[in-house]
Write a protein of this length. Structure first.
Length: 285
């Protein structure tokens, strides 16, 4: 593992406890290898196959567009895939979010964005951006608002569109710009997970091969922010009723401190679900 300037640190999952997450704090990004097995990834692909097959692939490209062409994207991972739900609640996510997000929450953090992404042959590189760019109220560098994870379903290489990152950029002021030699490809084997902090500059890489690069992005935010992906609409009510309490909390389907109340709440999560909304506080006590 290395943490020198201009590199992305890497550690095996079984060594993370001993190594700690100081390299992630320093670089703003980290690759953790050996997180998922082949059968697990195959199961996820099977669960998402119908949705991915139906996703529109844009032929051609607008160089000014945020999302490059020749890519395939679907959201709503919690509703679409049992395997993705397991990844959302993976102990690794809890370790990272407890450390980086919980100190900035009154109560808890939440799931922010989910998507499966295939970068196809001919796709250009994306513009560099930060996960936290939607929240311009805070000046750069911002407090930790978001933690992002990219789960590699296939190998990620510099040639097939591995995520581009700028190590250390989570500590930069607004006027600081990345030079070409500061942008690094997050190359990793299938089964690895790339982590980056919400303030770290990153982008999807260009795919100059004939293969499709497949990954699943799961991001988390402090609980008082508006989720970028509306999980209340992404997850059908009848499905949410079957979820364990911990997953309901993670997708924001229950109260977070004083946020998310409704007149329908009775104090019972099962009863609140009958009203088709989030569990909240009684209006009249």
């Amino acid at each position: 593992m290395t943490t020198s300037s201009g590199t992305i640190p890497e550690v095996r999952l079984e060594d993370l406890a001993a190594t700690g997450i100081a390299p992630l704090e320093e670089a703003g990004c980290l690759v953790i290898t050996g997180v998922t097995g082949a059968s697990e990834r195959d199961r996820l692909r099977e669960e998402l196959a119908e949705g991915m097959a139906g996703a529109r692939v844009w032929e051609g490209d607008d160089p000014k567009a945020f999302f490059p062409g020749y890519t395939r994207r679907i959201a709503s991972m919690v509703a679409r895939s049992e395997t993705a739900r397991d990844w959302v609640m993976h102990p690794l996510a809890k370790t990272l979010c407890d450390h980086f997000l919980l100190p900035n929450c009154d109560d808890r953090y939440q799931l922010h964005v989910t998507a499966a992404i295939e970068i196809g042959p001919g796709a250009r590189k994306q513009v560099l951006h930060r996960e936290e760019d939607a929240f311009q109220f805070f000046p750069l560098p911002r407090p930790n608002l978001i933690v992002a994870t990219m789960w590699s379903v296939t190998d990620f290489t510099a040639e097939n569109g591995a995520t581009l990152l700028v190590p250390g950029s989570h500590r930069w002021p607004r006027e600081r710009r990345a030079t070409r030699d500061e942008i690094v490809s997050a190359e990793m084997e299938a089964g690895s997970v790339l982590i980056w902090l919400g303030g770290t500059l990153h982008a999807g890489g260009a795919n100059t091969t004939s293969d499709w690069r497949y990954g699943v992005i799961l991001t988390y935010s402090v609980g008082w922010l508006r989720q970028e992906e509306n999980q209340s609409l992404a997850v059908p009510r009848e499905m949410a009723r079957e979820f364990p309490q911990e997953l309901l909390d993670m997708i924001g389907d229950t109260m977070n401190g004083s946020l998310g109340f409704s007149e329908a709440y009775t104090g019972d999560i099962a009863a609140a679900a009958e009203y088709g909304g989030a569990a909240v506080v009684e209006m009249n006590r």
